[in-house]
Design a protein around this ligand. Sequence first.
Ligand code: DX5
Ligand code: ZN
Length: 221
Amino acid sequence: MGHVQITPSILNADFANLSAEVARIASADWVHVDVMDNHFVPNLTFGPTMVEALARSTDIPLDAHLMIADVDRHAVTYAEAGCGSVTFHVEAAAAPVRLAREIRAAGARASMALKPATPVEPYEDLLPELDMLLLMTVEPGFGGQKFLDMVLPKIRRTRALMDKHGVQTWLQVDGGVSLETIERCAAAGADVFVAGSAVYSADDPDAMVADLRARAEAARA
Ligand code: DX5
Ligand code: ZN
């Protein structure tokens, strides 16, 4: 298991002041950028031009979470836009092995996401191709939803598969992660934690990043 990393989502930040909003989470390991296209999910955020501008505006690396259809055609654009990590949904990908290799070849970490009802077992042999696996703990599309406890057994099974294969793949959770739920995720085997509303509804977002990190580290000890 890798060290604990906190990757705040800017989905619930002020979109008219994104560089200032990112400056409020200086101790974050990554900035989680939710790209939505109104097709794969019923919500629309921004595209590669905005992401490229954001990448230029901060020293914190960007963790792009692509909730878009036809992702085989578009994912590499986000690596070229300066994202350090690019996550595609397996439900949207026609050729996930080829896509992961293309993302790596473009210089980014390759990551694959699973919606809550998508099982991990069919993708066991893909783990060596991936730098990170994202398990959604809400249905993707919106911030501020309730954490789905039903995903916890899948987190545990995924960690066991990673141990079995001896891979260094990070295990990220996204959706409803808060001071109340992060310990369960960490104890189940997650090591990278997205938190959107928990961070940006806090009076001091960076203090919340520190608090989340401390909770996750304590749950693993
Ligand atoms: C949901 C997004 C998440 C979301 C997390 O589709 O992928 O990254 O912004 O927000 P919270 O932490 O509020 O669930
Ligand atoms: Zn996300």
